[in-house]
Design a protein around this ligand. Structure first.
Ligand SMILES: NC(=O)c1ccc[n+]([C@@H]2O[C@H](COP(=O)([O-])OP(=O)(O)OC[C@H]3O[C@@H](n4cnc5c(N)ncnc54)[C@H](OP(=O)(O)O)[C@@H]3O)[C@@H](O)[C@H]2O)c1
Length: 317
């Protein structure tokens, strides 16, 4: 089968097209013909083999993914696709089901024509695709949505809450704005001016531009101790600054905290999608053949929402 692989850490050019053996599902697994994957922030760190600004996180990343070179040659932490075959013990899925999920902790990612995923396992998730969204949209949902939900669930958000989302235009940020809006909060979003209209369309009432004079000086003083919840969705604020934004008794949250993926989150996601309360923001779409270009774009650090990789043509039902 065709795949994009990498055998050394580094710049986007370490990714190349290759033919690799097609996997066969074990008893507890489904074989998915992959429609789409993404270039998430996490994929970028793993391709580079380093976590920006942290030797400790880089050490743990290398322990997980290979000390000197990548142990798993196929990246792609999110997928959508169509079930091609099911293992003997699989109960939730049938051949032909449209599914989406993550490859967290598995030996192979989704930058390939096929991927095998267990029906249920500790680190990752898989579910049937909600009918209201396309396969391309479904691939852009799981990691950003679950990260935002996991962290926002650590705070109490009600219609009287004042919530600040810092870095509101990224993948985690765009989902965080929509989840906080769904819970009725009054949202202040921090992003660059070019993304102001986008985050307002997702539910932010007030937008603060972090570029130009800078969020860290004038705005920091003006917004100090104003929020019930302050969420740094890009991990760019120091914990001191983040804490400075919350009222006494408020909650400071950051993507730098570890989170977990939980199957039940996809149930909440399906409900929100059915109600029209959440949508993935897709910045650009590239084909698997153009994976290097896609990584070069995301490496710049300014993607809006998500960047999707199409692997196979959407399933015709
Ligand atoms: N804890 C976890 O389990 C977990 C899970 C997933 C991701 N993460 C982490 O979460 C972070 C965000 O991931 P992501 O995929 O959402 O990122 P992303 O989409 O790549 O973030 C890009 C966005 O961040 C904005 N941005 C860049 N620098 C900024 C700054 N200094 N201030 C405000 N906004 C800024 C950019 O807007 P402009 O173009 O306007 O600058 C762009 O829209 C990453 O560090 C990732 O590793 C953690």
């Amino acid at each position: 089968m065709k795949a994009a692989i990498y055998t050394e850490y580094g710049a986007p050019s370490v990714l190349r097209q290759a033919e690799i053996p097609r996997p066969s599902p074990k008893d507890n697994e489904i074989l998915v013909k992959v429609s789409a994957s993404t270039v998430s922030a996490g994929v970028i760190w793993v391709r580079q083999g380093r976590f920006p600004g942290s030797n400790i996180f880089t050490f743990f990343l290398r322990l997980m993914y290979g000390l000197n070179k990548p142990r798993k040659p196929v990246l792609g932490f999110e997928f959508s696709g169509v079930v091609e075959a099911v293992g003997g013990k699989v109960q939730r899925f049938r051949v032909g089901d449209e599914v989406f999920g993550t490859t967290t902790g598995l030996t192979q990612g989704a930058y390939a024509e096929y991927v095998c995923v267990p029906e249920q396992w500790k680190q990752g998730v898989v579910a049937k695709k909600p009918p209201e969204i396309t396969l391309e949209e479904a691939a852009a949902l799981p990691v950003g949505f679950m990260t935002a939900l996991n962290l926002l669930n650590r705070a109490t958000i009600t219609p009287s809450s004042n919530v600040l989302i810092y870095g509101a235009s990224g993948s985690v940020g765009t989902f965080a704005v929509q989840i906080a809006k769904y819970r009725g909060a009054k949202i202040t979003a921090v992003c660059s001016g070019r993304n102001a209209a986008l985050v307002q369309s997702l539910g932010a009432e007030t937008v603060v531009d972090y570029t130009g004079e800078g969020f860290t000086t004038r705005d920091m003083a003006r917004l100090a101790a104003q929020f019930d919840v302050a969420f740094d969705a890009v991990g760019k604020l120091s914990s001191q600054k983040l804490k400075g934004l919350v009222k006494q008794g408020g909650k400071a949250l950051s993507v730098t905290s570890p989170t977990s993926e939980q199957q039940e989150y996809l149930g909440e996601l399906a409900r929100m999608i059915a109600e029209g309360s959440i949508r993935p923001v897709i910045d650009k779409t590239y084909s698997l053949e153009n994976i290097v270009e896609a990584h070069e774009y995301v490496d710049l650090g300014h993607k809006r929402g998500n960047v999707v990789i199409t692997v196979a043509k959407p399933h015709q039902s």
